[in-house]
Ligand binder design. Structure first.
Ligand code: BES
Ligand code: ZN
Ligand code: ZN
Length: 495
C-alpha cells in the first residue's frame, strides 16, 4: 500500500493516530516525544523499559500500554542508539523497525525525523525506512496479511522542506520496492517481454521516453552478445531504452543494467543449488529502471539515458556452445568459453550503444560474478571504473544513500587473462580475481568514456529481514543511482 506523508508541529500527545512511535536513545535516554509518554505513565517509563530489557539499541522496539492522556491508540518506543551518533542510516533502520510493527495500523504518528540533527536528510531517511520496512511480496502467499499502513504524520518539524524531503524519500523507496517486486517475481512469469511491460507501466507519467527493440531490430542493430546469450532460449530478447531529458540539461549520464531474467548458465549449466536464486539476475536492470522512474521527482538536472538488455540464459539445442565466437555491437569478437559468463556479453552490447551516444559518464549495475560474493559478502557491492572522478562521485552517492560499496582495482596486468587464442577476447579470465577480470572485460567496451561499474551479485538479495532490507530482492542501487544523478557533475577526463 502506498504511504502518504504529512507533517505537524502539534505536541505528540495531541496527534490522533492508530500508533505513535517515539525514539529512545541508548541507555534509555528519552528522545523527542518520549517525555510525554513518560508523563502519561506518571514517570514509570524508565522502569518499564528496564523490566522489558529495552535499552535503546538501533531498531529495538517496545510497545507501551498507555491509556488516557495520549490521543493515539497505542505507543511504540523505538531505539535509535547513541544520541551523539544518530545518522540518517540509523534513523532509516529504526523507521523500518517501526514499519514492521505498524502493519496493522492505518495511521502512524512519529517524532523519529527529529531525533537527529540532520533536518531534511533525516526526514528523507525516515520516509525511506518506513516504506522499505513495510515492503511485502505476497502475490503467492495464501495466508499473507498485507500492511494497512497508509498515512504517516511526522511530528515535530513542519514546513514545506520537511514535507518535500519525506515525499522524496517515499518516492525513491517506492521505486526500490518496484525493483524488489521485479526480482521477487518468478522467472517463469517474468521474462524479457513481461519485464518490458512492467517497466512501461511503471514509467508512464514519470516524464521519460521509452523505446523497445524486439528481436528483428536487435539483429539489425548487430547486438551480437545479446543474441548469442539468447540463442538457447525459447523466449525472444528485448532491448529497452529509457530517456530522461530535462530542459537545459546539465551534463549527460548513461545507465546500463544487466537484465538476465533467468540464468541457468546455458550449456555451461549451473549446479542445482547455484541456480535456485537465478531469477535475481535482472537485479541491475530493475534498479536502473526503478531509478529512471524517480528522476523527475528528485529534481535531477542531468540528461539520463538507460540501456537495458533483456534475455534468459538457457541451454536449448540452438544455444551458444563453449568455443563459439560472437561479434559485439562495436565490432570486437569474443570467444565464449563459458556460457555462464553471459552478463558481460549482453553488457558489452549495451555499453557500446551507450558510448555511441556520447554521454559524459556511464554507470552499469550487474549481478555479475559469484567472485564478488566471495570477496565482499552479501551486503557490499564491488565498485570498479576507469575514471577516479566518476568512481568517487558514485562512492559518495552510495555512502549518502546508505548502500555499502567497496572500490576494487582493474589491474592492467590482469588484462592478458582475457586474451583468446582465436578472437579479440575470451569471456572468462583465470581461476582467481573473477570480479576484476569481469570488470576488465567490460572496460573493453567503454572506449575512453568515464565509466563506473557496480557488481551487485551479493546485495541484490537479502537472506533475512535486516534494517530496511526485507528477505528477497533488495532493489539495491536505486537509491544510489538517484542520489548520483541528483548531484552529478561532468567528470574530468583522465589519461
Ligand atoms: N549471474 C551470475 C553471477 C552471480 C552468482 C550472481 C551468484 C549472483 C549470485 C553470472 O552470470 C555468472 O554465472 N558468473 C560466473 C562467471 C564465471 C563463469 C567466470 C560466476 O561467477 O561463477
Ligand atoms: Zn551466468
Ligand atoms: Zn548471470
Amino acid at each position: 500500500m502506498p504511504i502518504a506523508f504529512s507533517t505537524t508541529t502539534a505536541s505528540p500527545e495531541r496527534v490522533d493516530a492508530d500508533l505513535l512511535a517515539v525514539p529512545v536513545y541508548a541507555e534509555r535516554e528519552l528522545g523527542p516525544g518520549a517525555d510525554v509518554v513518560d508523563e502519561a505513565l506518571e514517570g514509570e517509563l524508565d522502569s518499564f523499559m528496564e523490566d522489558a530489557d529495552f535499552s535503546g539499541k538501533v531498531g529495538q522496539t517496545l510497545r507501551v500500554p498507555v491509556t488516557g492522556d495520549i490521543a493515539a491508540d497505542s505507543v511504540l518506543l523505538v531505539g535509535v542508539g547513541n544520541a551523539d551518533d544518530v545518522t540518517p542510516h540509523t534513523l532509516r533502520r529504526a523507521a523500518a523497525a517501526v514499519a514492521r510493527k505498524a502493519r496493522k495500523a492505518a495511521t502512524l504518528a512519529t517524532t523519529l525525523a527529529v531525533a537527529g540533527d540532520d533536518g531534511t536528510t533525516d526526514a528523507r531517511a525516515v520516509a525511506e525506512g518506513l516504506v522499505l520496512g513495510s515492503y511485502q511480496f505476497l502475490d503467492y502467499k495464501g495466508d499473507g496479511e498485507p500492511s494497512t499502513l497508509a498515512d504517516v504524520v511526522s511530528v515535530g518539524a513542519g514546513g514545506k522542506r520537511v514535507l518535500k524531503a519525506l515525499e522524496q524519500g517515499g518516492a525513491t523507496a517506492a521505486a526500490t520496492c518496484w525493483a524488489r517486486d521485479m526480482v521477487n517475481e518468478p522467472a517463469g512469469t517474468l521474462g524479457p517481454k513481461e519485464f518490458v511491460a512492467a517497466a512501461k507501466k511503471l514509467l508512464t507519467g514519470s516524464g521519460v521516453r521509452v523505446t523497445v527493440l524486439e528481436e528483428a531490430q536487435i539483429r539489425k542493430q548487430k547486438l551480437g552478445g545479446l543474441l548469442g546469450v539468447n540463442a538457447g532460449s525459447d523466449e525472444p530478447p528485448r532491448f529497452l531504452k529509457v530517456t530522461y531529458s530535462p530542459k537545459n540539461a546539465r551534463g549527460s549520464l548513461a545507465l546500463v543494467g544487466k537484465g538476465v531474467t533467468f540464468d541457468s548458465g546455458g550449456l555451461s549449466l549451473k549446479p542445482a543449488k547455484a541456480m535456485e536464486q537465478m531469477k535475481t539476475d535482472m537485479g541491475g536492470a530493475a534498479a536502473v529502471v526503478g531509478a529512471m522512474s524517480a528522476l523527475r521527482d528528485a529534481g535531477v538536472r542531468a540528461k539520463v539515458v538507460a540501456y537495458v538488455p533483456l534475455t534468459e540464459n538457457m541451454p536449448n539445442g540452438s544455444a551458444t556452445r563453449p568455443g563459439d565466437v560472437l561479434t559485439i555491437r562495436n565490432g570486437k569478437t569474443v570467444e565464449v568459453l563459458n556460457t555462464d559468463a553471459e552478463g558481460r556479453l549482453i553488457l558489452a552490447d549495451a555499453l557500446s550503444m551507450a558510448v555511441e551516444d556520447g554521454p559524459d559518464a556511464i554507470v552499469d549495475l550487474a549481478t555479475l560474478t559469484g567472485a564478488c560474493l566471495v570477496a565482499l559478502g552479501e551486503k557490499i557491492a564491488g565498485l570498479m571504473g576507469n575514471n577516479d572522478d566518476v568512481v568517487e562521485q558514485l562512492e559518495a552517492a552510495a555512502e549518502r544513500a546508505g548502500e555499502p560499496v567497496w572500490h576494487l582495482p582493474l589491474p592492467d596486468d590482469y588484462r592478458s587473462m582475457l586474451d583468446s587464442e582465436i578472437a579479440d577476447l575470451q569471456n572468462i579470465g583465470g581461476q582467481w580475481g573473477g570480479s576484476l577480470t569481469a570488470g576488465l572485460f567490460l572496460e573493453e567496451f567503454v572506449d575512453d568514456v568515464p565509466w563506473a561499474h557496480l557488481d551487485i551479485a551479493g546485495p541484490a538479495r537479502a537472506n533475512k529481514d535486516d534494517g530496511e532490507l526485507v528477505r528477497g530482492g533488495t532493489g539495491f542501487g536505486v537509491r544510489t543511482l538517484v542520489e548520483f544523478a541528483s548531484s552529478f557533475r561532468r567528470p574530468a577526463r583522465q589519461a
